[in-house]
Design a protein around this ligand. Structure first.
Ligand code: NAX
Length: 329
């Protein structure tokens, strides 16, 4: 039997957690011959619900699920973790300013970054889903002394998937035909879904969808506002699609990217595309399949795209400024 892979998940009793755990335990992510240990982390008030989730995991009798631990203790939760999925965070409540939310959640991610550095496996990789995910990832990365920056990611895959499905619908094709879709910047309403480089069946989207006004207008706002639209319709925020995107992200980071394509995830900027070094910004990424990844270079950025990218990067810089006290010098 292969050595089990250990996956630590925070917010494991929440709605995304509920849509995530069972698919990991089933072998969907790491493969049909890879046993998995789950370390499920909740805050104290979440532990009774987590216990119920663990009962259901038991009741699935998953052949690949080796061990499950539920805990509110970060050291226990991140022990030997190969993957950390940081989902738990405090939702924005009425009357709460963005800066308040950044501060409250920021404090969660300092402690989690430190605990990951103390306990996780040498090859640990960390995907932050809990919002504001780019800046939470920035804080965790900067508080995880000794863990290389290229192990930290923040999720923009849900935005990529949403954008692909909107383009496919407009073009009347299956969503699998849409490739090379990059989300630039922040996972927020300023994100830029870059249709200018996307392709449908290998052809530029702009040749297939000639309605430029739609591409520059409704398409972008639909993707940017999709989360709010789901809340309006469902009364709850996106959960199954968010969990699915988290699993897509992990899979894309552990398997080689198809030739000529790329995927979107926020990584620590190396200065590519003029994006300030050190911030967590979404950009086009390729994975080699050996645990390493690279920013795809040479993706054309026209004036329209540059204006959009500048906006979303400016927001990330503002967010970093708002949490600067949580980032050690
Ligand atoms: P829920 O409120 O259903 O669940 C969150 C869970 O996290 C709760 O069980 C809570 O007890 C737990 N929690 C809170 N603080 C914690 C901490 N310090 N340590 C461990 N657990 C903690 O939220 P859910 O719908 O699951 O969403 C989770 C996060 O994902 C939210 O921040 C949400 O904004 C974010 N999202 C991010 C998306 C993305 O694309 N990056 C999209 C979907 C989602 O909105």
């Amino acid at each position: 039997m292969k050595t089990p892979i250990t996956v630590s998940i925070t917010g494991a009793a929440g709605q995304i957690g509920y849509a995530l755990l069972f698919r990991i335990a089933s072998g969907f992510v790491f493969g049909p011959d890879q046993p998995v240990n789950l370390r499920l982390i909740e805050i104290e008030p979440g532990l009774p619900a987590l216990n119920g989730v663990m009962m259901e995991l038991d009741d699935c009798a998953f052949p690949l699920l080796n061990e499950v631990i539920g805990t509110a203790d970060l050291d226990e939760g991140f022990k030997d973790a190969n993957w950390c999925l940081l989902v738990g965070s405090v939702p924005r409540k009425a009357g709460m300013e963005r800066a308040d939310l950044l501060g409250i959640n920021g404090k969660i991610f300092t402690g989690q970054g430190q605990a990951i550095a103390r306990n996780a496996a040498k090859d640990v990789r960390v995907l932050v889903v809990g919002n504001p995910c780019n800046t939470n990832a920035l804080i965790a990365m900067n508080n995880a002394a000794g863990v290389p920056a290229d192990r930290f990611f923040a999720m923009t895959r849900l935005d990529e998937n949403r954008a692909k499905s909107q383009l496919a619908r407009k073009a009347g094709v299956h969503q699998s035909k849409v490739t090379n879709l990059c989300i630039w910047g922040n996972h927020s309403a300023t994100q830029y879904p870059d249709f200018t480089n996307a392709r449908i069946d290998g052809r530029p989207v702009t040749e297939v969808i000639t309605d430029r006004e739609w591409l520059e207008g409704e398409f972008i706002t639909t993707v940017q506002q999709r989360g709010a639209a789901v809340i309006k319709a469902r009364g709850l925020s996106s959960a199954a699609s968010a969990a699915n995107a988290a699993l897509d992200t992990v899979k894309s980071l552990i398997t080689p990217t198809p030739e000529g394509d790329w995927h979107s995830v926020a990584v620590c900027s190396d200065g590519s595309y003029g994006i300030e070094k050190g911030i967590m910004a979404s950009m086009p990424i390729r994975t080699r399949g050996d645990g390493t990844w690279e920013v795809v270079q040479g993706v054309p950025v026209n004036d329209f795209s540059q204006g959009r990218i500048d906006l979303t990067i400016a927001e990330l810089l503002e967010e970093r400024e708002a949490v600067k006290d949580l980032i050690p010098a």
